[in-house]
Design a protein around this ligand. Structure first.
Ligand SMILES: Nc1nc2c(ncn2[C@@H]2O[C@H](COP(=O)(O)OP(=O)(O)O)[C@@H](O)[C@H]2O)c(=O)[nH]1
Ligand SMILES: *[C@@H]1O[C@H](CO)[C@@H](O)[C@H](O)[C@H]1NC(C)=O
Ligand SMILES: *[C@@H]1O[C@H](CO)[C@@H](O)[C@H](O)[C@H]1NC(C)=O
Ligand SMILES: [Mg+2]
Length: 484
């Protein structure tokens, strides 16, 4: 699928270099013309003037560049601000004896996805929920079939509560305040996205889904009783046991947003999202922070090129002409605090996006929307990478590798026999994982993992490690949740 190779900055690079080349060319042409027209005093003065202008421009660039790099830098913390919550297996019977958080699983699905939804639920029950029994809330834009409800009710252990809800009016589909004329226009814009070959570009329901998950989701009646959610999707595989309560750990460590996989967004789905978000940030006087700057693909363009890129709103650039690195968290996995997303701070941003109609005129995804908001509004220590969770969806996976054998609690009764596991590997933090490979931690380049964790990470993995999908986890001091 497209997102493997979605990373392209050639468009802007060549544009910027074209511009630079053009300026250089004009200077050179002038220079040559003057030289060819003979060595009279006037020409010599002109040549000198041109040289002076060139030198002045260069000096200005030398002044501008460090200032620019300084303003867009990502300050590295003195120590890691985000560690894995645990290493290896903990005793589930002890962990599950602790009080539950105010939390629920949520899965949006279609009636036609019974089998795929079931396979996800089997996995999450087996790897986690057979000990913790958090409820599972199923959401649909149309009424559930009896077949789906029966199948999914039977997929869970008998103490896990399941609920089947239909999304209330106004939260799915075009916004209520949108008139017929605007809807017609939106439909035309979506058709055009389809013609351009944008993934799901002309699928109206997909646009509705993205808008729903971006903002409406958080105001659902069915979610009101909860403070935390864990998002599931059909066809997801959890490849390790999770023997502690991630909600409790998030709460204890004051985390707001948890993720597993970070990757590059396809720029053509959301060319103006970064600028729109930057507009909002400026309008609200929200300062650039290390977390925000971690979204930048800083380039060594001279100021006029940046002004040009910013002023003309070139795709994927902000108002200062800085490019978004396109990195975002893959939102089909999320464990997050609902109160943050229900807050005015977030909802105000969502409504701003809605007012720019990019959910239809473009195909803004909920994943980049959540990511930009989280990095704009939260400090890095509130964002958690669940590097110890084995997660697979749509051929992409992250698998932490297994912690040493003595941390696998082989005789543990609550864990029981979980079958053949991957051999423990160096730096592994997983519990009884069945990874597809022993060494690599993910099958997608770790560049985005590394980019987005920069403000929270003391070290950055080497280029080679990132290239190989390897990511160094801080496991020196795993800080395991207490078992007592
Ligand atoms: N009920 C319902 N669910 C949808 C619809 N469109 C997408 N979804 C759900 O939204 C999630 C993401 O959709 P998916 O097709 O997996 O998109 P992808 O993961 O981005 O390729 C899945 O949980 C789908 O079941 C829809 O029209 N109706
Ligand atoms: C749940 O299932 C187990 C066996 O799998 C059974 O022993 C237990 O009584 C059941 N509990 C309820 C509340 O039905
Ligand atoms: C659960 O969280 C919601 C939202 O934060 C809150 O309104 C509710 O009172 C909480 N319920 C309990 C039992 O703590
Ligand atoms: Mg999917």
């Amino acid at each position: 699928m497209g997102y493997y190779h979605a990373y392209s900055q050639h468009g802007t690079l060549s544009l910027a270099f074209d511009l630079l080349a053009r300026v250089g060319q004009i200077l050179m042409l002038q220079f040559r013309r003057l030289r060819l027209s003979g060595p009279n005093g006037r020409n010599r003065r002109r040549i000198k003037l041109l040289l002076k202008i060139a030198i002045l421009l260069f000096v200005l660039y030398l002044i501008d560049l460090p200032i620019h790099l300084y303003r867009t830098r990502v300050v590295r913390p003195d120590q890691d601000l985000d560690q894995p919550f645990a290493s290896g297996c903990l005793d589930p019977s002890v962990m599950a004896a602790q009080p539950r958080e105010n939390a629920t699983f949520v899965m949006l699905a279609r009636n036609s996805e019974t089998e795929d939804a079931r396979s996800t639920v089997f996995d999450i029950e087996w790897q986690f929920n057979r000990w913790f029994h958090y409820p599972i809330l199923f959401l649909n834009d149309v009424p559930w079939t009896e077949e789906f409800k029966d199948a999914l009710s039977r997929a869970v252990s008998n103490e896990t509560e399941v609920r089947f809800e239909v999304i209330e009016k106004g939260k799915w589909g075009f916004p209520e305040e949108m008139n017929e004329e605007k809807k017609t226009k939106a439909k035309l814009q979506m058709k055009k996205q389809g013609e351009k070959g944008i993934v799901y570009g002309d699928m109206e329901s997909y646009h509705h889904m993205c808008r729903f998950y971006s903002g409406e989701f958080y105001n659902l009646e069915a979610l009101r009783p909860y403070k935390w959610y864990w998002r599931l999707e059909p066809s997801v595989r959890y490849s390790c046991a999770l023997t502690y309560d991630p909600f409790a750990e998030m709460a204890k460590r004051d985390k707001v947003y948890g993720w597993t996989i970070a990757l590059w967004e396809m720029g053509e789905t959301c060319p103006s999202l970064f600028k729109t978000t930057d507009d909002y940030r400026i309008e609200k006087g929200i300062p650039r922070t290390p977390a925000w700057n971690a979204l930048y693909q800083v380039m060594w363009y001279p100021a006029p090129v940046r002004w040009f890129l910013g002023f003309f709103g070139v795709s994927e650039h902000d108002n200062s002409g800085i490019k978004w690195n396109m990195c975002h968290y893959w939102s089909n996995f999320e464990i997050a605090n609902l109160d943050f997303f229900r807050s005015d701070k977030y909802q105000d941003y969502y409504r701003y996006l809605e007012s720019k109609s990019g959910f239809y005129s473009e195909r803004w995804g909920d994943a980049p929307v959540h990511t930009l908001a989280v990095h704009m509004l939260l400090p890095p220590e509130k964002i958690h990478h669940f590097s110890d969770i084995g997660y697979e969806h749509d051929k992409l996976w992250q698998c932490p590798g297994n912690a040493p054998m003595d941390q696998q609690l082989l005789g543990n009764k609550a864990l029981g026999d979980t079958g053949k596991m991957t051999a423990p590997s160096e730096g592994g933090t997983g519990c009884r994982c069945k990874c597809q490979e022993n060494k690599r931690r993910r099958n997608i380049n770790s560049e985005c993992t590394s980019e987005l964790t920069r403000p929270a990470a003391h070290h950055r993995p080497s280029w080679w490690q990132r290239h190989n999908g390897y990511y160094h986890y801080a496991v020196n001091n795993p800080n395991n949740p207490s078992q007592g």
